[in-house]
Write a protein that binds this ligand. Structure first.
Ligand SMILES: CC(C)(COP(=O)(O)OP(=O)(O)OC[C@H]1O[C@@H](n2cnc3c(N)ncnc32)[C@H](O)[C@@H]1OP(=O)(O)O)[C@@H](O)C(=O)NCCC(=O)NCCS
Length: 200
């Protein structure tokens, strides 16, 4: 199982100062929108950087390189963005990517979708941005008649697991996920979209 049309949902959330050294006004808002073809190259670079940063402590560099070569290229992100059976959402602030989420709707089980990826840049974590992205994904699921949102998460990714539990996912099992030649154990989690309280 892979790890994680849309409605024009747009949320604006105020950003904040962050620790990257770049000048970012406290008042800069986050903008969440559907990704478009012209986002592909920047999304590839962003996704590559965050994937490497998230897993480099527990995964050999060669395995990360192999996985990244097969998952993150501008052509692949362009295909994901264009795929009508999925949806890619990006969160930006000041014209810069701050996070993204990729939803894949199952062809065989139309009531189930996969949250393939949800990543927030380290500088922007803890400000509710992942929750806003998830809300956007949940709206997309509801618009498509999807009831169950599933995901798999690396068993050692305790921060993400804590986030998923906080926002309402429950553990339903385990599976494997192959990064290069490294077969890792993932936890399978599921959210009943229809049972999730509406966004305030
Ligand atoms: C997991 C991740 C997406 C969370 O992003 P975030 O922007 O920090 O999360 P938010 O600020 O939207 O948090 C939403 C809620 O979850 C809670 N939360 C977030 N991270 C948490 C953690 N590690 N432990 C407990 N609660 C957490 C927040 O407190 C918040 O709850 P609140 O609204 O009651 O305050 C982010 O840490 C990330 O991108 N990690 C690296 C990439 C990754 O692992 N992606 C998942 C791959 S499967």
């Amino acid at each position: 199982m892979q790890r994680i049309r849309g409605i024009a949902t747009r949320f604006r959330r105020h950003g904040g100062a962050h620790g990257t050294g770049e000048k970012q006004e406290m008042t800069d808002p986050f903008d969440i929108r559907r990704a478009v073809a012209s986002d592909a190259a920047a999304l590839t670079a962003f996704a590559t950087r965050l994937f490497r940063a998230t897993y480099s402590d527990d995964t050999a560099a060669a395995d990360l390189d192999l996985y990244i070569a097969g998952a993150f290229t501008p052509d692949m992100q362009a295909a994901e963005i264009a795929d009508p059976s999925g949806a890619v959402f990006v969160a930006t602030t000041g014209g810069t990517l701050a996070g993204y989420a990729h939803l894949i709707v199952s062809a065989s089980q139309s009531d189930t979708a996969l949250l393939s990826r949800i990543y927030i840049d380290a500088a922007w974590r803890g400000r509710g941005l992942a929750k806003d992205l998830l809300d956007t994904v949940v709206c997309e699921c509801a618009a498509r008649g999807v009831q169950y949102l599933q995901l798999t998460v690396y068993e050692k990714n305790t921060r993400a697991i804590a986030f998923y539990i906080k926002v309402g996912f429950a553990v339903t099992g385990s599976t494997t996920f192959t990064v290069g030649d490294d077969v890792q154990k993932d936890i399978v989690m599921e959210l009943d979209v229809m049972a999730r309280p509406a966004r305030a």
